[in-house]
Structures are given as C-alpha cells and as structure tokens.
Design a protein around this ligand. Structure first.
Ligand code: ADP
Ligand code: MG
Length: 568
C-alpha cells in the first residue's frame, strides 16, 4: 500500500495540471490511524464528487462493544458516526474553494429517523466510513495546495474525531443507541399486548413546518395519554414507561378541525422507524407493517383485484384485474389498499384529508337516491370491520366528518385541543341513540387478495448506450432506465437515500428473483432478506455511501407505480 507521502508527492506533481491528472490519486494510502481509499475520482469539478473511504480496525477505535453488539444498536451507532462526521466536517472544513464542487467534503447523513445506511458500517474487520470530496480546481486546473490542505489537514482531523472514541461524548452516543434499542423492544411488545401502536406520555408530536420535520418548539402541547387507553411497556434502557396503546381492530380519531388529528396520525406513520434523541417521537412506535393509504388520482394501476371495493364499472370494465393509466381518487385508494394487503400489511393508516370522500362514506340519503346497482363503490365503512375479522388487518382512521364510522369502530379517540380523550363509550351511545338507517353494502366477507406476478419486460433499466441507468432524481422520483416513477404519495418514505436504494433493488429483483419466485411478494421478500443479510454492496459494483434501507412496502409501492409494469 502507498504511504501518505506518496499521495503528497502526487498532489505536488499534478498541481496546476489539467483535472484529468487527479486520476493518479486513485488507490489506497496508509495514514497511520486509518487507511484512506480513493475509490473513484470525478471527471471534472462539476461532476458527482469523488468517492472516498476510511477504514480502521476496531481495536484502534476504542469503541466499546456495548454500542454495537446487537443489530439494532449497531445500526444506531453507525447512524451516530455518520452524524458525527457531518458535525465535525462542518466545523473543520473550509468548504467551497474553486470551481464547481471544489473543496466540499460530505457524507450522507439522515434527518429525524435512524436508518441503516451504507455510509458507515461496522463489522469484525473494523469500521468503514464512506464520504465524498469535491477535488479542488480553478476552472479545469488542479489546485494542488488546496488538495493538500484537504488531504493532510481536514481529512486526518475528521478521521481522528470520528474514528476515536476518546473524542465522543459517551452519554450522547449511548442515548442515541439506547432510544433505537428501546424503540425496537416496544415494537416487539406491541404484538404480545394486542396493540398496533404506542404513544409515550409527554411525546412531542407536531413538527416545525410542512417542510421541516424537527419538533415544534413554540407553544407545544405535549401528549398526555387518556387513562382508558393507558398501557405500560418495559424497555431495556428506561425501565417501565407509560403511554397510550392503540388496540388492534378499527380505531377512529375524531375531533374538531385543527385539533391535532393529522398530527397524531403522522407521528404514528413515522413510528415504524426509530428517531433521534430530542425528536419528541422517540417512543411513538408502530407495527413495522403499517402502511399509510391515500387517494392518488392519476397513478397507473396494473391488474389489481379491486373487486372488494369496486364492481360494475361503466362499460363493464374489469375490476378483478383492474388496469388503468389514470386512476380516479377512489380506484387509486382501493388499489393502494389491496397492494398493501398483497405485501402483508397488518395496519392501514388513513386520513380523511387525503382520502376520496366517495371511497370513505356513503350515507343513507345517498343510498336511497343512487341505489346500490348504480354505485360501483362499496365504501370503506362497510369493509373496515371485515378487513379485521377476515384478514386480521387493523385500521387507524382520521375521520372528523362522518359519524357513520361509530358503528364499526372498536376504539374512538377524540383530539381536543391537541389532547386525546377516549370517547369510545360515548360514540357507541350516540350510535344507539341515532341508529343509522344506512344499509351495509359490504357483503358477507372482505373478498380476496390475489397475489400477482410481474413480467420481466416490465423492467428495462437501459438508457441510451447504458445497459443500466437508474437515478433518484429526488426523494420522490426515480428515473429507472427511461421510466419515471413518481413516489410522492408514498408518505412513509423519509430519505432520498431510501429512494436510491429502491431504484437499485428493483433492478436486483429483476436480475435475481423475478424468474425464480412465484409472485411479487415472495420475490421482494427474498430481495429484502439478501440486503438485510449481505448489505448494500450487493446492489452495485462500486462502493457507494449514499444508500439507506427502505421497507418492502415502499419497494413494492415503487414497482406498482411503474407505468411499464406488466402483470402475468
Ligand atoms: P387536524 O387534522 O385535527 O385538523 P392538525 O393535526 O393538522 O389538525 O393540526 C393543526 C395544527 O396544530 C398544525 O399546525 C399542528 O402543527 C398544530 N399542532 C398539532 N398538535 C399540536 C400540539 N400538540 N401542540 C401545538 N401545536 C400542535
Ligand atoms: Mg387533518
């Protein structure tokens, strides 16, 4: 392996030369404390930054094994190291100098959620940290002196402060790891206790704004749990904690407009992930298979059996194998539910704000005017109970606008000035007092969920001369070959790096499992098992630091939204 002096010599030699000469620094260099790998050098100052890695044997770091002995702790500790790199980088790096991305050092760090990321990994061999550097240049002329500053001052200092435990605040890192471990433990206890979600007492649910997911700080009302729904959880790092347990079955969140219903549901949606300390939702925990459902008119649908909800469309359009290039509010919402069930979701989360009204309710008067034989849609209110009794799938539903749901709800929570009250009893009394004369149109059972198998021609990742070109244009858009996939309605996607992974996972599915598995669910489960066991590097031949773990539901969600999807 080359030494650090070798690197310095090269940089001195190429100072002032054309940018291409930077290629000479690709390789690995012994920096004493760590090995620095320069895996890929960018072609010009405006191209994607160069990819680098640190590697250090564990024994040199001083990191106590208690921080990474279990998988969840390791993920959280790795996440902490990424954030640490980001903090140190901000403090130490001079930053922009020259043209394009010159002088910028960056790492793919997350926001409020703790995710498994390819940026940092810990295994028996040691700790690896992947980051990018914009190699400095003025125009296309190499700024060797600035590069020397990057490689011999900034990178070694970042390395030292990220890789040596002596620079860490032990209580800060322990807290980060512990909240993730506790979250996972609560998630496992939900099932045993017959719950689908838990909201810890004193949680802070509202966010700063629609585009800022940090906790609201001014005039916040903390969450107090209603005693009727109080449950206790025992967690490894905090003993016994109390909060609101939402039982399996059908749960309704009601309350006046602007009283905090959506805020509560949003927190529950994100409860599938652990959160960083200080987020306010550290112990808001939801079943891992919870899926947010919404209307999404305009999406494409490919041979989904939406007949549990929709039948007898005009022109005898098939709803057992329903396909469209341009779904309506109600057909899209029906397909979103069936697709979630197809992948094994056990909890649906639905908000009236983002639902199709005609999918959710159909009252007595409308039933009389537009008779059943003229209405293709069976409203959700007539299916939600059967969803639970037939398939064991629970629903949490925000519904301030219709009392028809009182008849089918097992639990009713009312948000009143941001505080939850348990009003199940009262809602049932009212349902008895004003008996609804609407007719149940739901039939004897929910209906069936039919597995589907995609055809391999659905997935063409080629673009121009490239055999495989897949980009995440943003968190919400993947360009798969030349097919754009719109993920903006997958509300539980939280990180652009998850989106990048999803693009690559689709390709991996096609290459490795599509032909070997009987249906989409089985194939994607195999894909998720592989990445879970073998890590992100199975997805592409280069070592990249900008991938994060998505869920199988968002992966399937992306495939279902491909306009090129063809089902057998
Ligand atoms: P709803 O769905 O009942 O109409 P929202 O959940 O959208 O109401 O909340 C309305 C507003 O109140 C939002 O701006 C939200 O940030 C704020 N809010 C929600 N919960 C709290 C709380 N606990 N403390 C302070 N503000 C809150
Ligand atoms: Mg709302």
């Amino acid at each position: 392996m080359a030494t650090r002096d070798d690197l310095k010599n090269i940089l001195n030699r190429i100072d002032g030369k054309g940018y291409k000469a930077y290629k000479d620094i690709e390789g690995s260099f012994d920096f004493g404390l760590f090995t620095l790998y320069i895996d890929h050098v960018q072609g010009d100052p405006f191209a994607a930054s160069s990819r680098l890695r640190f590697h250090i044997p564990l024994s040199r770091t001083g990191f106590p094994a208690s921080l990474f002995e279990r998988r969840i702790k390791r993920i959280a500790f790795q996440d902490f190291i990424v954030r640490r790199f980001e903090t140190v980088q901000r403090k130490l790096v001079k930053g922009y100098r020259g043209t394009g991305k010159s002088g910028l050092i960056s790492i793919d760090s997350g926001k409020q959620e703790i995710l498994e990321r390819s940026a940092v990994s810990i295994d028996a061999q040691g700790v690896e940290v992947r980051f990018t550097v914009g190699l400095p240049a003025e125009g296309r002329r190499i700024l060797g002196k600035e590069a020397i500053r990057v490689f011999f001052q900034e990178i070694p200092q970042i390395g030292e402060q990220c890789l040596l435990y002596q620079y860490y605040d032990p209580s800060e890192v322990r807290m980060h790891v512990e909240v993730a471990e506790d979250q996972e433990t609560i998630q496992r206890q939900l099932e045993e206790k017959g719950l689908v979600a838990f909201v810890h007492d004193m949680s802070i649910l509202p966010r700063r704004s629609g585009v800022d997911d940090r906790p609201l700080t001014h005039n916040v009302v903390p969450f107090y749990y209603p005693s009727e729904l109080g449950v206790e959880m025992s967690v490894p790092n905090r003993g016994r904690i109390k909060g609101m347990g939402i039982p399996k079955g059908v749960t309704l969140i009601v309350g006046g407009g602007f009283h905090g219903k959506t805020t509560l549901l949003n927190a529950i949606e994100r409860g599938i992930y652990p959160h960083i300390p200080g987020d306010g939702r550290e112990y808001v925990v939801t079943l891992p298979s919870a899926v947010k459902i919404r209307a999404e008119d305009g999406r494409s649908i490919e041979k989904v059996d939406i007949s549990p909800f929709i039948n007898h469309l005009p022109q005898q359009k098939d709803t057992v194998r329903f396909s469209t290039e341009n779904a309506s509010g109600s057909t899209s919402q029906a397909a979103n539910i069936i697709e979630a069930l197809e992948m094994g979701a056990k909890l649906l989360l639905i908000d009236e704000d983002t639902s199709a009204t005609n999918f959710m309710v159909r009252d007595e008067r409308m039933q009389e005017l537009v008779t059943k034989d003229k209405e293709p849609i069976t409203p959700f209110v007539d299916k939600v109970k059967k969803l639970y009794s037939d398939l064991g799938v629970s629903t949490i539903l925000v519904m301030g606008g219709s009392g028809d749901y009182f008849d089918v709800a097992d639990t009713v929570i009312m948000m009143d000035n941001y505080q939850p009250l348990c009003v199940t009893h009262r809602a049932k009394e009212i349902a008895l007092k004003h008996t609804s004369r609407r007719i149940d149109e739901g039939g004897a059972s929910f209906g069936k969920v039919t597995p589907r198998q995609p055809l391999s021609q659905s997935f063409d990742a080629s673009r121009g001369r490239r055999e495989m070109k897949i980009d995440a244009k943003s968190m919400r858009t993947i360009l798969y070959g030349s097919t754009a996939i719109d993920l903006s309605c997958l509300e539980q996607l939280v990180d652009p790096s998850q989106t990048r992974s999803i693009g690559l996972l689709i390709h991996y599915y096609r290459e490795h499992y599509l032909d070997k598995t009987e249906n989409l669910r089985r194939g994607l489960e195999k894909v998720m098992e592989d990445i879970y066991e073998r890590g992100f590097d199975i997805l592409i031949p280069y070592k990249v630091g900008n991938l994060a773990m998505p869920r199988i539901y968002e992966l399937a969600g992306a495939i279902n939204r491909m306009r090129t999807l063809k089902i057998k």
